[in-house]
Design a protein around this ligand. Structure first.
Ligand code: F0G
Length: 462
């Protein structure tokens, strides 16, 4: 096309009204939620960027597909459609549906791991880490050197550190049940992993006879970045690139709530026959029969369609460009963000933005509260509230203090993004008034979901 404006590659057929709130209402809502945005009522949020997980809009084709759902307990037609769609992309032999990503993780980990083992990953997502630690496995993050410098521009900051992986495999010989790579690297800024890095990691794993598992929630976004950024890949389709990515792996865990374009669903896929049989038996215990795995037949139909739609180049171009557009505006205004912009989200570097708040007073958490208070925008802290508590109960500051603004798929338009820019710039202009927060009460595991917090000195904005 001769025009340069990238438009939303869809028309809107059904709409959901947004409820507007005043600053006073939000102030009360924030206090009632113990300064924890997870505890807000979604109705009290104007733009909800808490997560891109399960929050997307389905297409007319997906809704139509749902009417074809076969709800048979065993051997449903919908399962075979789903299985064919997953196999077409991954090429993996055994495809096991689960109700979401962490169920796939729990089933794989409880089937393949024992206490005292070690699992390396570029960066474990919080549920992945928690599921490993819950069975006594040490989850090790081996992010590449570029990944720890938020402002550094590099094409594949999601890469795993290959030298560190090799050391980890050698030092823990016999104690690594599998290695993982998360695409894109969510906790590290939504940054992609290159084909070359996956290929090299796969070769190292094979040398050490350790299977490689992809945590592939955002595989299509990763494939798009490879197409755009990796030399020699520009001519390929995202589907073709995705097939090559999966070709280096022995299995994957998937939260289909992201790049499956569905509101609920996930899967585990494996080549190993014996391990797959063990996982299926575990699946029956808690998720359901292996042809539905905790999902309805209609969920499997929606997923089969979503997995094809997500690889559409117009969709991927629009999605990645909207995030990049927001990133450009914030950068131009001097708001520090993780560079370059990733696939599903913008990550504000709260330590750089709020240097007056010590890390022990959770600057990223405080910033996410301020964004809600000022503009009704809900984001999520990826910092020391989420990651600071160690398995032995001690505190260790997280590597970065980030506020993630994650974009639901096909939900918000350009004017929502422009509103967001205004809100963030307004908060940036009063940043010196933002105060830190402290924990009032917190559970030992995954504390960010339910913890109670309060502003240091009693007020969030001095
Ligand atoms: N792995 C990664 C990389 C994820 O981002 C998530 C979920 C999961 C696994 C778990 O999947 O939620 O379906 O059980 N991430 C969401 C987020 C929750 O907001 O980033 P799930």
């Amino acid at each position: 096309m001769p025009f340069k404006t990238i438009i939303e590659p869809f028309r809107i057929k059904a709409v959901e009204p947004i409820r507007f709130t005043t600053r006073e209402q939000r102030e009360a809502a924030l206090a009632a939620a113990d300064y924890n945005l997870f505890k807000l009522r979604a109705e009290d949020v104007i733009i909800d960027l808490l997560t891109d997980s399960g929050t997307g809009a389905m297409s007319a084709a997906q809704w139509a597909g749902m009417m074809q759902g076969d709800e048979s307990y065993a051997g449903a037609r919908s399962f075979f459609k789903f299985e064919a769609a997953v196999r077409d992309i991954t090429g993996l032999r055994h495809i096991i549906p689960t109700h979401q990503g962490r169920a796939a993780e729990r089933i794989l980990f409880s089937s393949a791991c024992t206490a005292g083992q070690v699992v390396p990953n570029n960066t474990h997502f919080d549920t992945t880490r928690a599921n490993l630690e819950a069975i006594g496995v040490r989850a090790v993050d081996l992010r590449c050197a570029e990944a720890t410098q938020p402002s550094l521009i590099a094409p594949f900051k999601g890469n795993i550190d290959l030298a560190a992986l090799e050391r980890c495999l050698a030092e823990n010989a016999g104690r690594v049940p599998f290695a993982m790579i998360t695409v894109t690297n969510n906790s590290g800024g939504g940054q992609p992993v290159s084909l070359a890095n996956i290929r090299a990691a796969s070769a190292l794993c094979r040398q050490h006879r350790v299977p490689l598992i992809l945590d592939c929630c955002r595989f299509a976004e990763n494939a798009w970045f490879i197409k755009r950024r990796e030399p020699g890949q520009a001519h390929r389709t995202p589907a073709d690139i995705a097939r090559e990515m999966f070709g280096y792996a022995d299995g994957c865990t998937m939260s289909a709530k992201k790049d499956g374009l569905v509101n609920i669903g996930g899967f585990l896929a494996l080549n190993d026959d014996a391990l797959a049989a063990k996982c299926r038996n575990n699946l029956i215990l808690t998720e359901g029969f292996p042809t539905y795995g905790g999902l309805a037949g209609y969920d499997l139909e929606a997923l089969a369609v979503g997995l094809r739609e997500v690889l559409d180049e117009h969709y991927l171009e629009y999605r990645i460009r909207s995030v990049e557009y927001l990133g450009e505006k914030l950068t131009a205004a001097g708001v520090p963000i993780v560079q370059p912009t990733g696939g599903h989200a913008i990550y504000i570097d709260a330590r750089a933005m709020l240097p007056h708040i010590p890390q022990g007073e959770f600057p990223a958490w405080a910033l996410s509260c301020a964004l809600y208070l000022e503009g009704g925008v809900r984001s999520v802290e990826i910092g020391s509230v989420m990651f600071g508590r160690q398995p032995d109960g001690t505190e260790k500051p997280a590597a970065m203090e980030l506020v993630r603004l994650a974009f639901p798929r096909r939900v918000y338009t350009q004017s929502h993004v422009d509103y967001l820019i205004e809100v963030i710039l307004s908060v940036n202009s009063l940043k010196s008034r933002i105060r830190g927060v402290h924990l009032v009460e917190a559970p030992p595991l995954l504390r960010h979901f339910t913890a109670r917090l309060a502003p240091v000195g009693g007020t969030l904005l001095a």
